[in-house]
Design a binder for this molecule. Structure first.
Ligand SMILES: C[S@@+](CC[C@H](N)C(=O)[O-])C[C@H]1O[C@@H](n2cnc3c(N)ncnc32)[C@H](O)[C@@H]1O
Length: 228
């Protein structure tokens, strides 16, 4: 393991905005802020999650754009989360937090109706294991437990397969409404389509992986849907 990685893991323990709980602790005691995130943030502004946030730069960017909302980035990789947690801490961004966990355990961290929006950004497409995809019915079932009714879920991915799977297989089977879907997000510039307001939010900032894919000339897919 790299020297920096160990330093980052140690520094992670000092950040007041980064939460990591062992599986045993979760099972025995539960997560202390479940149902009490408003106390942590000091307000009851709506909470947006970014699942699989990596370095957390999208979480931080969205939080700068919307200081009237709270943002929580979730990932299993502590060395990546370090980046976002450090920036948010140094910049005194009180509306940002991070959770280091497997998303399979996400229900343990939020009480019913505690979350108002989810972004799923460039998740591993899992071509061989449908039940590991972050938009499969199993994971959507977890999210349903803590989302407010009608909350939007956004998926941005370079994987046409994951996009089509979500749009054509998962959504038509369940109780979901698609608000907007495109195979090439930036082919429809938001400024020339004021009739599609969600394009503004989807195009206004990019994730770390998204910038790499755009530099390679890959189209970015986007879908926004709601659980009915
Ligand atoms: C391709 S990266 C994308 C990172 C970031 N969203 C971006 O666009 O720059 C996928 C991220 O999802 C995380 N991830 C994948 N499956 C996960 C799971 N089941 N639980 C927690 N994190 C997961 C990985 O650790 C990785 O950081």
């Amino acid at each position: 393991m790299g020297h920096h990685k160990l330093e980052h893991f140690a520094e992670n323990l000092t950040f007041p905005n980064l939460f990591q709980v062992s599986y045993e602790m979760l099972k025995q005691e539960g997560f202390a802020l479940r149902g009490r995130w408003a106390e942590h943030f000091g307000n009851s502004n709506p909470i947006t999650l970014e699942l699989g946030c990596g370095k957390g730069d999208y979480t931080v960017a969205l939080a700068r754009i919307h200081p009237d909302r709270n943002y929580i980035g979730v990932d299993i990789k502590g060395a990546r989360l370090w980046r976002g947690a450090k920036t948010a801490h140094e910049d005194h961004m009180d509306n940002v937090a991070f959770i280091r966990t497997r998303i399979e355990l996400i229900e343990q961290f939020f009480a019913p109706e505690e979350v108002s929006e989810i972004w799923i950004t460039f998740p591993d497409p899992q071509p061989k294991r449908a039940n590991k995809r972050l938009t499969c019915e199993r994971f959507l079932g977890y999210y349903k437990h803590f989302l407010k009714p009608g909350s939007p879920i956004h998926l941005k991915t370079d994987s046409q397969e994951l996009h089509e799977y979500t749009r054509d297989e998962v959504i038509p089977e369940g109780h979901y409404t698609v608000e907007y879907a495109t195979n090439d997000l930036y082919a429809t510039p938001a400024e020339v389509h004021p009739d599609i307001p969600c394009l503004v939010e989807a195009q206004m900032t990019q994730t770390f992986y998204e910038r790499m894919f755009l530099a390679e000339g890959k189209p970015i897919t986007y879908i926004k849907f709601r659980i009915n």
